[in-house]
Design a protein around this ligand. Structure first.
Ligand SMILES: *[C@@H]1O[C@H](CO)[C@@H](O)[C@H](O)[C@H]1NC(C)=O
Ligand SMILES: *[C@@H]1O[C@H](CO)[C@@H](O)[C@H](O)[C@H]1NC(C)=O
Ligand SMILES: *[C@@H]1O[C@H](CO)[C@@H](O)[C@H](O)[C@H]1NC(C)=O
Ligand SMILES: *[C@@H]1O[C@H](CO)[C@@H](O)[C@H](O)[C@H]1NC(C)=O
Ligand SMILES: *[C@@H]1O[C@H](CO)[C@@H](O)[C@H](O)[C@H]1NC(C)=O
Ligand SMILES: *[C@@H]1O[C@H](CO)[C@@H](O)[C@H](O)[C@H]1NC(C)=O
Ligand SMILES: *[C@@H]1O[C@H](CO)[C@@H](O)[C@H](O)[C@H]1NC(C)=O
Ligand SMILES: *[C@@H]1O[C@H](CO)[C@@H](O)[C@H](O)[C@H]1NC(C)=O
Ligand SMILES: *[C@@H]1O[C@H](CO)[C@@H](O)[C@H](O)[C@H]1NC(C)=O
Ligand SMILES: *[C@@H]1O[C@H](CO)[C@@H](O)[C@H](O)[C@H]1NC(C)=O
Length: 481
């Protein structure tokens, strides 16, 4: 019985699982590019690295204590490692093989009261490292990275000592080499693991929620662990905007969608209509889709003015009932405006009310009538010259009288003139959309060769990326790699 309840509960909690509203997909092309950039970066950093000291003893009869200090890299041609998606651990496997390094530094020995010192050259041949990391999601919805396994081998080490009475040392050379080789070998994986821990700490410090402008905050926490197969990595993000003021949850949910894999591009981003609609809901819940229009908001040349004496062509009885008064229009959205993404089209549905008032000389507002507005817009979006561009047109616009203090009147003349007003606004909007907005640049990278396709329920943005080396991506001196 208990078991079946548990089974039902599990089933229930499965159906409740949050769908990601934004999906980010890294393809193998992206992985290879990222690896190449990181390899270049490490190569650039190598010359700044000073390795930690080596300490040890050689000899069994006479015990010489030695220290290698100030060990720096003279030459290291980092062979390009191979990196692949590793579905077994939902992460990556990286193999580095045949790395050779030339090092130099100072040595010191100590045998009882005898101290000696000099310099050395060291060559390390045939370093192989295989590291597997696992990606996951922590309790706070952040990406986490952990080392699953690491294996390191060093082929051979050659050491040449200069200065001091290094003849004594040469005596122990073979033993010493073997010890150094083993010492280097056992230090590699802890260092690799430490770098992964550092990366993990960096990820832990990242915010998953960001304020966007004054009114909204965006939650980008992971909805589940990253999913990898041999050809891609998929991150599902919550992708929901909230009003900072109300933090209200919208009455609709993110629907599942599948972003097609595009191996020709490094990245794909699936942006669902849920994300865009959560923006509209955020504004709606904060009552930001309510506005008061007065006559000074109407452009002077426009054929309609908010003066009762001039409303005759639209509402014949109004100038007679209330002559010479200015009017206010209270325009409210009565439902959340909603976008719906259809193949190659973005539709917007708006529904609201317009309440008209006459302003009496003593400033009292006398209600006149109330209209219901229903309008549908459709638009296309595309990317050209690294700019997101678009165009909008009005598909449908209707005004209906839903209440009146001044008797019935036909709304088609009013509808015609309002439609004309909306068309004027759309013409301006389309001018701006034709210019478009630049695809945002990230701090360390930039999207290039980008494309966009509107699909059922989501927008698919696919792109290559370029690491910016001029600014930001500076080579930092890091002494503990
Ligand atoms: C995270 O957010 C807090 C508060 O909004 C801010 O002070 C902090 O700098 C942010 N951290 C990062 C890494 O952006
Ligand atoms: C973001 O969403 C996640 C999952 O719904 C939630 O656990 C987390 O508290 C949210 N973060 C913020 C800052 O609202
Ligand atoms: C990997 O997963 C993606 C979905 O994220 C899918 O489109 C693709 O076909 C999968 N590839 C393989 C080789 O299974
Ligand atoms: C008309 O509305 C604007 C804001 O949209 C406001 O600045 C102005 O004072 C209003 N005019 C009158 C006469 O109420
Ligand atoms: C309204 O229009 C009439 C007719 O043009 C004009 O005489 C009157 O001054 C206007 N009222 C206001 C307040 O502008
Ligand atoms: C429209 O919004 C105003 C201001 O918030 C409010 O007073 C009015 O009741 C609303 N009207 C409708 C029909 O929702
Ligand atoms: C307007 O859009 C809504 C939602 O997209 C749709 O249900 C409705 O049929 C559309 N109406 C017209 C007249 O196009
Ligand atoms: C304002 O004027 C109107 C019309 O003249 C009148 O009905 C109303 O009672 C007046 N209101 C006040 C507060 O004086
Ligand atoms: C708007 O929709 C109505 C039906 O809801 C239809 O009769 C009318 O032709 C449409 N108008 C336009 C301009 O598409
Ligand atoms: C409204 O516009 C339509 C076409 O645009 C026209 O046929 C009709 O006569 C107009 N109605 C009025 C009352 O102006």
């Amino acid at each position: 019985m208990l078991l079946s309840v548990a089974a039902v509960l599990t089933l229930f909690s499965c159906t409740c699982a949050e769908n990601p509203a934004i999906q980010v997909i890294l393809t193998n092309k992206g992985l290879q590019y990222g690896k190449h950039a990181v390899t270049d970066w490490i190569q650039g950093m190598l010359e700044f690295i000073t390795l930690p000291d080596f300490n040890g003893h050689v000899g069994s009869v006479v015990n010489i204590h030695y220290t290698l200090t100030g060990t720096s890299i003279k030459k290291c041609d980092l062979p390009e490692p191979s990196t692949e998606f590793y579905p077994d651990s939902s992460g990556f496997k990286t193999s580095l093989s045949g790395l050779n390094v030339a090092l130099y530094g100072q040595w010191r020995t100590c045998l009882g009261i005898f101290h000696d010192k000099g310099t050395f050259d060291m060559a390390v041949y045939g370093v192989n490292v295989i590291s597997v990391v696992e990606l996951g999601k922590d309790a706070g919805g952040r990406l986490s990275v952990t080392s699953v396994s690491c294996d390191a081998q060093v082929g051979r080490v050659d050491v040449r000592l200069y200065g001091g009475s290094s003849w004594m040392f040469r005596f122990f050379q073979k033993l010493f080499r073997r010890q150094i080789r083993r010492e280097i070998e056992i230090r590699i994986c802890p260092n690799v693991e430490e770098s992964i821990v550092k990366l993990e700490r960096y990820l832990q410090a990242m915010n998953v929620s960001f304020d966007v402008g004054q009114a909204l905050t965006l939650n980008l926490s992971l909805t589940g662990s990253p999913v990898t197969n041999v050809s891609s990595l998929n991150l599902g993000l919550k992708g929901e905007f909230y009003s900072i003021k109300t933090h209200a949850e919208p009455p609709f949910e993110a629907q599942p969608f599948t972003v097609p894999e595009q191996q020709g591009y490094m990245l794909s981003l699936g942006l669902s209509d849920f994300t865009v609609n959560s923006v509209l809901y955020g504004y709606y819940s904060a009552r930001m889709f309510q506005t008061l229009i007065n006559d000074s908001n109407i452009p002077p040349g426009f054929p309609l003015h908010l003066n009762t004496s001039l409303m005759g062509p639209y509402i014949p009885q109004l100038p007679k009932m209330f002559p010479g008064l200015l009017m206010n229009l209270q325009v409210n959205a009565t439902e959340v405006p909603m976008f719906s993404f259809q193949p190659d089209a973005v539709n917007l549905h708006i529904q609201g009310t317009i309440e008209a008032f006459a302003i009496q000389p003593n400033a009292t507002e006398t209600p006149l009538f109330k209209l219901s507005v229903v309008s549908n817009f459709s638009s296309t979006v595309w990317i050209a010259d690294q700019r997101i561009k678009g165009s909008v047109s009005m598909d449908n616009f209707s005004l209906t009288l839903v209440g009146s203090e001044i008797g019935k009147f036909k709304t088609d003349a009013l509808e015609n003139v309002t439609r004309k007003g909306v068309d004027t606004v759309l013409a301006e909007v389309n001018e701006e959309l034709a210019v478009g907005v630049l695809i945002p640049r990230l701090k360390h990278a930039q999207l290039v060769n980008s494309g966009l396709k509107v699909q059922e329920g989501f927008i698919d943005l696919f792109s290559d990326a370029e690491v910016l080396t001029d600014r930001g991506f500076s080579l930092q001196t890091n002494r503990s790699v």
